[in-house]
Design a protein around this ligand. Structure first.
Ligand code: XIL
Length: 307
């Protein structure tokens, strides 16, 4: 599966929809299934934008990944400002997960259940849910999601844990523990927000994919983009290095038995979150601002067409 994230905020642009439908067979809701949008008030869920994503995807034979049931970010004020007991937070989280997963049962084939649970040092990220519930929140979230849709593939999604490092080691240990405890987790999402000087080495990525396969876990590359900023090279050379980074990741994925999808975070440079996130212009995707294929596109095309 090759995909892009999608956002209904851009559905007004015909070229956005045309490229999305033409080039990709899987998509992830980039923003609109996060808690602050889908559950803006205690007693109110708003599925309208998520439903737009599903309708577009189904009309174009694309599979949908749900993103995300639980994260330390994108929480609405009613959650951030409330003070409840541990038991009350468990009830709130359970209701949230079950309501959202049940709403999309049978239409979302894979969910990012827990997003970014780990800090770069390899300890659990001190996020809202760790403070409210404690480390068990992770196992609970997977159980509740599984109860609401036993067919859905359930993912732990993480960034900077693609290669072999302290964080990916901690993610591996976490998942091993969850599986030993019988927690229904099926896959790992590797976000793959990378830049020219720091992509995971092909060997490390392959090794990490392999050890996750040994646990029986599948992998999706869930949010790939490759930043060009922080380089003094010419633009032509940066685009070439970007192409190599994309090709290396796809190559590792194709060679791994358990890597089933590669998804970029937006279809074209025009819609990327990176410029607003970093405060600097960038061009991290496979297609330029006008939707024209870049060297990275041709690099992965060549790889896919190789015998
Ligand atoms: C980003 C979106 O792309 C932005 O539009 C939004 O403002 C913030 O979130 N890791 C994730 C994604 O798991 O949900 C984030 O998406 C990017 C980093």
């Amino acid at each position: 599966m090759i995909g892009s994230s999608i956002h209904p905020g851009y559905f007004q642009y015909p070229e956005y929809l045309a490229l999305m439908a033409r080039e990709f067979d899987v998509t992830t809701a980039e923003v609109v299934m996060k808690w602050d949008i889908i559950h803006p008030e205690p007693e109110r869920f708003d599925f309208s934008q998520g439903d737009q994503v599903i309708a577009f995807a189904e009309a174009h034979d694309m599979r949908v990944r749900g993103h995300t049931l639980l994260w330390g970010q994108a929480l609405p004020p009613w959650v951030l400002e409330a003070s409840f007991s541990r038991e009350q937070w468990m009830q709130i989280l359970c209701e949230h997960i079950k309501t959202v997963v049940a709403h999309y049962r049978g239409r979302i084939f894979a969910w990012d259940v827990v997003n970014e649970g780990m800090a770069n040092e390899g300890t659990l990220w001190e996020n809202f849910w760790l403070r409210a519930i404690g480390p068990d929140y992770i196992a609970m979230a997977f159980h509740w999601a599984h109860e609401a849709d036993p067919q859905a593939l359930l993912f732990y999604n993480e960034h900077f844990a693609e290669g072999m490092n302290q964080k990916s080691q901690a993610v591996f240990a976490l998942l091993q523990g969850l599986l030993e405890a019988g927690v229904p987790v099926h896959g790992v999402g590797m976000q793959m927000h990378i830049w020219l000087s720091g992509p995971p080495s092909p060997e490390d990525l392959a090794a990490n994919l392999r050890r996750l396969a040994e646990l029986g876990l599948i992998v999706h590359i869930t949010e790939m983009d490759v930043r060009l900023q922080w380089s003094s090279d010419s633009m032509a050379s940066r685009l070439q290095r970007q192409a190599t980074a994309y090709r290396d990741v796809l190559s590792a994925c194709l060679q791994a038995s358990n890597c089933k999808a590669i998804i970029t975070w937006s279809p074209t440079d025009r819609y990327s979150w990176i410029p607003s996130f970093t405060g600097r212009p960038d061009a991290p995707l496979l297609y330029d601002e006008l939707g024209r294929p870049k060297p990275a596109y041709y690099a992965i095309l060549e790889l896919l067409q190789a015998p």
